[in-house]
Design a protein around this ligand. Sequence first.
Ligand SMILES: Nc1ncnc2c1ncn2[C@@H]1O[C@H](COP(=O)(O)OP(=O)(O)OP(=O)(O)O)[C@@H](O)[C@H]1O
Ligand SMILES: [Mg+2]
Length: 1132
Amino acid sequence: MALHKGTLAIFENNVGVSDAVLLEPLTETVFLENLKERFKHDQIYTYIGSVVVSVNPYTKLPLYTPAVISEYRSRNMYELPPHIYSIADDAYRSLRDKNLDQCIIISGESGSGKTEASKLIMQYISEVSGKGQEIDRVKEQLLQSNPVLEAFGNAKTHRNDNSSRFGKYMDIEFDFRGDPVGGVITNYLLEKSRVAVQMNGERNFHVFYQLLAGADIDTLKALKLSRNHDNYEYLLRSGCSQVDSMNDKENYRITTKGMQIIGFQDEEIFSTFELIATILKLGNLEFIHRGNLDGTDGCEINSKYEMEDVCELVDYPVDLMTAALTQKSVETRGDRVTVALNTADATYARDALCKAIYSRLFSWLVSRINDSIKVKGRVQTKVMGVLDIYGFEVFERNGFEQFIINYCNENLQQLFIELTLKEEQEEYVKEGIEWIHVEYFNNAVICDLIEKNNVGILAMLDEECLRPGKVTDSTFLNKLNQTCCNHLHFESRGCRKNQSDRSLPHDAFRLRHYAGNVTYHVTGFVEKNNDLLFRDLSRAMYSCGHPLLKKLFPEASPEEVRGYTYQQWSPLPMLPDNEGNPEKKNRKRPATAGSQFKLSVAELMKNLQSKNPNYIRCIKPNDGKVAGVFDVHLVKHQVRYLGLMENVRVRRAGYAFRQLYSQFLYRYKMLAPQTWPQWKGEPVDGVKVILSALNISKEEMAFGETKIFIRNPRTLFDLEERRRERMHGLAVDIQKTWKGYRQQKLYKKMKISQIVIASRFRCFWARKCFLKKKKSALIIESYARGMKARKLLAQLREERRIYLAAIVIQKYARGWRVRKNYRKLFRKNAAPKIIRYLRIALRKRFLLRLRDNLPSESPSFKDWPKCSWLYKEASEELRQIFHKWRCRNYRQKFNQSEQWSMQEKVAASDLFKGRKATYRRSVPHPFKGDYLNLQQNLKWKKLCEQTHDKYMVFADIVMKINRANGKMVQQLFVISTQAILIIDHRTMSVKYRIPVSQIRSISLSPFLDKLVFFHLKKQDNGDILSKKGDFIFSSDHVIEIVSKAYLLIKNISEKPPDVIIATQFCAEFKGSNLEVTFKQTPITPELSPGAVRIQRKGSHFEVLVQPRSAQTSISTDTLNGDSKQHAQVAVN
Ligand SMILES: Nc1ncnc2c1ncn2[C@@H]1O[C@H](COP(=O)(O)OP(=O)(O)OP(=O)(O)O)[C@@H](O)[C@H]1O
Ligand SMILES: [Mg+2]
């Protein structure tokens, strides 16, 4: 083996050569050995330039973890070992950063890992692109489309337990930030024949098994299904219903969950499963022979219950459905005739119906998913297409499907050749390098053989299908023999060149594909190309009540899509599978399956050409689907038909290796001292410096505009080897430097620490010494100060002693002098002087003490400081002066009205204190004066204007006593500053106006009664008052009335009136004298104290007064004594 193990590795830990372009020598064996070697070490990916070759490991490898994804994120392709993530990242970054639409073409045979690869790409893109609620929703929907489409479009085959039975091209659309915003899925040619027939050991589409295994019992009941697969003909025949690697129950959950996430309504999901159930039920229909009256063969349906279930599921009458399945309508010259079907035709029609329903359901699913994932709003998008399409297929018996699939693969190969060559060529031209043409097999000639207009195999097939008359598969083969026999890549027993080729059956033709020879049996070609469905069945489907089924057979304008008239094709009583509403008369011949596929392949190729291609070539290592087995023959076959060797050769034709100058310089800069560690100039000059330093011959390399090209891989290995050695050296250097640096750092750290510790310690030590010294200094200082202070104290004491001694001496001296003078000057008049001096001093002390201890200034305060008996008299006098002074101060604080009130109260006190029993009760009550608020009375205001009594001092209702009989009358009693007014309180008319000057005296009893006598002066002017005599009133405010009247009279007439308080006095009544006597009655409990009873007996006017109680009654004698005194108080 020519592998340079270890030394060939571009990357350390790599096994073999990670880029096959660098293989030396480049032979198929070395290429395969390299793949095998890498495969054995779980390195399943290998590059051919920018193409990734992936070998299916058939086991889970730890290559797809989030850590690996982040490793590959934004890294250049050659920086890390080959990986699908690397190509995905490259494509994603070109799309995002260079604004180039990308496509990733994944090819390989069935089971080689295409679908897994496409999922890995989607996973990677999802991980590395932006995040956000809306973006995550889009990503989740795009990812969830996989399990849903796999459930409906994948099936277990001999080659793959999860084989995609349709081609899928998915455009993922990104916004300007590189975040996915939506996508479009295009599906190609579903293998619908699998619905009705599967090969032994294979299975129908996964969804049938998932539904039966995973749906709960209620759902199954609603769908009229039972869980057992063996109850269904379509699942039973192949003899395989269980796949070990599949968990149908769990997958059912994943599929329905996926549908929900994509946005399918619950009703839509249920409708979908209803159609799946309908297909299973239809498959169970059994047709039995029935002879018609006209002798032809007919049939009838034997399984009535299944039929009823089907009709219930699709909501269609049983008789109509029965008719549609067992009869056909034929139109001949405008007439419609119904013809009965025999059992074979009915079975065929039923299968065709099931296939049609399923394939349309699948297309509807794709379009429904597209509806959900399409880009919302008008966003300018960049596109990354991922193509996961069936690989080249060669079976023992190959039919129409294999022919179509291999035709598609021929086109893809053509595209691959064109794009890789073009790219290579363009690169050389762009870089200004001379390009040497490399021979390779161009399969355009095979593509032409199949698809060329008018002469291609597909055109022949269409022509045969359209031709009037009897058309069979053998007439089609004959036609091929006539037109294609001369073609180098066509072989048939009908051709002269292959007449004796026994390996070629008579009903088959062979094509020499780029990937090998494939023999196709023509049986079924015409029928499958026509892809027809009985008109009655399609009409029935359109007419049934099931909303989704109705939608699957829509009313459409056939003219738009079909280019042939019905007449040309008549009298076939069938419609193509994609026929629309049968009510709409369709006269156009629909496109055949072949031509439709050709169109869609052409469209796909156009689409792929418009994008920047990225290739993943998948290889299946063995047929047993087992891990670790590398079947060299099987792989060799795939390597050949995938054209991988050619790919490597083309890539190596000019120069085996190329790299941007900057990248090359970055990788090999350690190989020249001038470029290490940093090159300051242009990268190209740096590269030149490196290469000349390494003595690499000029022929070995070419300098392009931006890249360095290296012709021989050996040179690159040399470079790699030197780099590896140099890296070792550098690693040692780095290690050395690092260790040195670390030690130095450690040393510096220790040094710094040592300095810090030392400085801290020194600081601590110095501080300690300083504190000690300071303490000592303080002690010394305190001792010194103490000594000094003691010295000073001693000195002061000495001075004091001297001073005191001097005073004593002075005293003695003075005493001696005084004593000396005493006798002759002082003795005879000293005593009076001393006494006087002492008296003055004592008086002074008395007065000063009195000054300092003066009592409160309140007049009611009685206390007075005690003093020596010597100054008792002076003290009393001073006390009185002080009292008067404080009374004066107290009075001076009053305003006018308060002074007046005070005067009144003083007058009352002077007049009544100890003389009138009611006085004591009056003391706490202020003399309010106007008890009736008369000042505000309007009538009074008017009246007082007239009588000039504006200044009123008292007003109240009093009792006027009639002296004739002692009866009492209520009158308004007013005292103004001028007169006393007796007013009728009802009419407010003045009865009497007694000028105060006319009042001579006022008499009262000492008892509790409220009577007052006003004695008037005698006048001879004959006025009414003189005639009437004295007035007697009874009032609650008798003390106030008398006090106020007393002060008024005193003010006006200078001489105060006499106020007589006595039990007996004289009064005058109409000119005659009346003797008034007051007596206290014995206590009568029912009478209140002070109540009076008045009796007039001639000139005697007796007033009996109810006393308060025995104790409180004032003795008459006591009061009699007093009554003699007439109150005459001067009020200041
Ligand atoms: N990278 C991988 N790691 C582990 N197993 C893998 C890998 N790729 C593929 N496989 C296994 O191989 C099986 C077949 O792969 P996949 O379905 O992708 O093949 P395919 O090329 O799509 O086939 P078909 O053309 O039939 O659809 C998978 O089910 C899986 O078990
Ligand atoms: Mg697949």
